[in-house]
Write a protein that binds this ligand. Structure first.
Ligand code: AP5
Ligand code: ZN
Length: 208
């Protein structure tokens, strides 16, 4: 199954991807995670991307398309994959279409998690990630049982100031893709404001 999770920053893409990985035994491809790993490794690409990410802007298409091209060519993607946070611009969507055509594969579904902007700031500023397990938490909506054991960290771009810019980038550059995927007949829109487990249920139903 070749899937895409779509939605604004903080819509719950990473959270829901974890359930799909287990259910379908396919890898999650998060361009955000790949970029953060490159930053942690202090690679040239990572250092260049960091400037855009800290400013709440999108990383240039050429960098992102290169990342995806390499990642989709890896063996574990043969059984399917979950795209998370890619594509985010029309050129990225067109590049993906061409790449998948060349690979002889198709996109089964695009799941859009719809969450209004008014909910996003609280979700983003309250997000914490475990350094130990990589799990995504929220200080209010989804706190860990043992905070110390999880060694929680906050993402560098999860400030109130940056969120506003990320949301603006989403509306200007990414939201137009909704029509692109509607026209392809693969778009499913879900209410992302429900509880995590409810959203998972709706998503699994949509994929059945
Ligand atoms: P990326 O890492 O992709 O960030 P994002 O798209 O902004 O999305 P997030 O990871 O912030 O949110 P999410 O939807 O995964 O939500 P989560 O599940 O964590 O990208 C970061 C940056 O990298 C970009 O700004 C850009 O610079 C660059 N980049 C990445 N990809 C790019 C691309 N393709 N092109 C160009 N640049 C790119 O949940 C958020 C919080 O809400 C958590 O605390 C969670 O616990 C909570 N939560 C989740 N679901 C619920 C729920 N149902 N109810 C209550 N709380 C919930
Ligand atoms: Zn994410």
């Amino acid at each position: 199954m070749n899937l895409m999770l779509f939605g604004a920053p903080g819509a719950g893409k990473g959270t829901q991807a974890k359930f799909l990985i287990e259910k379908y035994n396919i890898p999650q491809i998060s361009t955000g995670d790949i970029l953060r790993a490159a930053i942690a490794d202090k690679t040239e690409m990572g250092m260049e991307a960091k400037k855009f990410m800290d400013a709440g802007q999108l990383v240039p298409d050429s960098t992102i398309i290169g990342i995806i091209k390499d990642r989709l060519a890896e063996d574990d993607c043969k059984k399917g994959f979950i795209l998370d946070g890619f594509p985010r611009t029309l050129p990225q969507a067109e590049a993906l279409k061409e790449l998948m055509e060349n690979m002889g594969i198709t996109l089964d579904k695009v799941i859009s998690l719809n969450v209004p902007d008014s909910d996003i700031v609280e979700r983003i500023t309250g997000r914490r990630t475990s350094k130990v397990t990589g799990k995504i938490y929220h200080i209010k909506f989804n706190p860990p049982v043992d905070e110390k054991e999880e060694d929680l960290v906050q993402r560098a771009d999860d400030t109130e100031e940056t969120v506003t810019k990320r949301l603006a980038a989403y509306h200007e550059q990414t939201a137009p893709l909704i029509d692109f995927y509607k026209n392809m007949g693969v778009m499913v829109e879900l209410d992302g404001t429900k509880e995590v487990s409810e959203v998972t249920k709706d998503m699994i139903e949509a994929l059945a």
